[in-house]
Design a protein around this ligand. Sequence first.
Ligand code: GLU
Length: 341
Amino acid sequence: MSLASSPPQTHALFPIAPRSPQRPGHLLAGLWLLGALLTFGLGPAAAQVEPPTLTIGTASPSGVYYRTGRAICRVIEVPCLAVGTGGSVANLEAVREGRLPMALAQSDAQYRAVKGLEEFAGAGPDTDLRSVFSLHSEPFTLVVRRRAGIDRFQDLPGHAINLGNPGSGQRGTMEVVMDTVGWTRSDFAQASGLPADQQAFELCHGNIEAMVYTVGHPNRSVGNAIRLCDARIIGVEGDVIEALLAAHPYYSRATIPAGLYGPDQPAIATFGVRATLIASRDTDPGLVYDTVKAVFEHLPRFKDHHPAFAELTPTLMIQEGLSAPLHEGALRYYREQGWLD
Ligand code: GLU
């Protein structure tokens, strides 16, 4: 049984270096310029572009976070950049260390960061973490090659599986699932640490038999696996989901609706989390207020950016999946609207 260990990568598309909180600094300016050049294909004449006032950490470009970050940037009036990162856990670390003012993170990872659990045990509880609002549902998604002999989640041991890159939300979720059901990496024929934008490719080539992704739907990674390879989505049901829901208050039942990846795709029962927007206590309250105000005042336009946003309402966005205290800038807007006391 061969066990592939995961390389210690962060998979930042635009590497982010430390900076002090509240100060954009020359590193972020450089980041913005690099991002602008890569994102918009700008030439040297554009070298005078203003650095962003707001930089939002997202995840892989093949997921929904990247689209979410860009959607937020489109509704706010200040210069804004959505940057690719390793995902939720990397984002929580970056916000804690003052390297990003705001970022997206799964609600389960937010909970573990606030409490200092699991991958955050070394750093301890993050008392400066603040939530801003929550967003779309992210069902835990298992995609398998059709002839791999994996008909249910419980069949995974013995197969070659991608756990997700270190720093990703799916990697953190999968580790909690494995702990709960008593699996270790050595139970799999192979346990890889591929980022989301590579896993469908490796599944197509037969280098892995299954991949997990905690993500909104539809998305490119799952779409490519199903469209280009002989792959399908498998639910998480029975004793596994019962054990997870009993042990972890931050998980709830979720469904991947039928037909999102073609007419043959049935509705899939699984468990899930919510995407959330996070900040630090040190993040400028005016910037958080302006961001929140812009998103809620343009909610219909914001929701047009991705089908996963269709369910969003202000009530859901200020109540679901927020373990960290609300940021003071967000709280000010919610109080002004009469949504909170
Ligand atoms: N939930 C994933 C993570 O935290 C990202 C999903 C996405 O990119 O939409 O890493």
